[in-house]
Design a protein around this ligand. Structure first.
Ligand code: FPP
Length: 259
């Protein structure tokens, strides 16, 4: 059974409502928020909240696979997270190191393909090496694609794309008239990854926080009132059920009876 408040937030869709279109979202992107508050509520250090956050992350990958999701993007470290106290930044970097060291073999064995989005310049060299190793080792896998957003910011990503396009125009390789949405999308870190159908944010906050700004133009959003360390398969299924009960219009309109 879902907690009552979770049911309210997802419209209770997990328990009833057959999907409108019967489709699971192909791509789910998650803002994993609330580790600090989860820890504070228990009188624990923030680091413990992040550590439990990694456990929730493992559950999310497993559940994504079971729930038929093809792409899962996790907002693991934002370009703005550097402004946190040095000790917390160091804890988060260490958790990433440990995650890759401990989980990479198992993820590879489970046919998970890992992709990393975000700025690599300025990251500690061993972290860049870990990220590249994860991408290279799993590049031929064809199961779930796990997209790790690390040192990622949507605005920074768009600025980079604009800069590359401007350079191509300057060098005479691109006609400005040929710049369309597809040309911009092709310059983003997510080139070749379908846009997210569903964006989930935990912790009850309702904002996008510089995550997948371009890509989420027509995403459905589900905000869950639980903190990230409590995220489990049931919460994931509830969010997906809420998504499936929605009517996606992509700016158009749904045909009325008689049309
Ligand atoms: C939000 O909690 C979470 C993050 C800063 C990023 C997510 C990090 C993890 C799930 C653990 C690290 C995993 C890897 C692989 C690096 P918060 O600290 O913003 O919580 P609060 O808003 O309650 O303070």
């Amino acid at each position: 059974m879902l907690p009552r408040n979770l049911k309210r937030w997802t419209g209770g869709a997990a328990d009833k409502a057959p999907a409108r279109d019967g489709l699971a979202p192909r791509h789910v992107a998650i803002i994993m928020d609330g580790n600090g508050r989860w820890a504070a509520a228990r009188g624990l250090p923030r680091a413990e909240g992040h550590r439990r956050g990694v456990e929730a992350l493992r559950r999310a990958v497993k559940s994504a696979h079971e729930l038929g999701v093809e792409h899962l993007t996790l907002y693991s470290f934002s370009a703005e997270n550097w402004s946190r106290p040095a000790e917390e930044v160091s804890d988060l970097l260490n958790l990433l190191r440990m995650f890759i060291r401990r989980d990479l073999t198992e993820l590879h064995r489970s046919d998970v393909r890992i992709r990393v989005i975000g700025e690599r310049d300025g990251l500690p060299p061993d972290i860049v090496k870990h990220l590249e190793e994860a991408e290279n080792l799993t590049s031929q896998n064809s199961g779930l694609t796990l997209i790790v957003a690390f040192n990622y910011g949507g605005r920074q990503e768009i600025v980079g794309a604009v800069r590359r396009i401007a350079e191509a125009v300057r060098d005479g390789r691109l006609d400005p008239a040929a710049i369309d949405a597809a040309a911009v999308a092709a310059q983003l870190d997510t080139a070749e990854i379908p846009d997210p159908d569903l964006v989930i944010r935990t912790s009850g906050e309702q904002r996008i926080s510089n995550f997948l700004l371009w890509q989420s133009a027509y995403s459905e959003f589900v905000f869950l009132p639980i903190h990230w360390p409590d995220f489990d398969r049931e919460a994931f299924a509830a969010a997906i059920a809420s998504f499936r009960a929605r009517e996606r219009r992509f700016g158009g309109r749904v045909a009325q009876a008689g049309e």
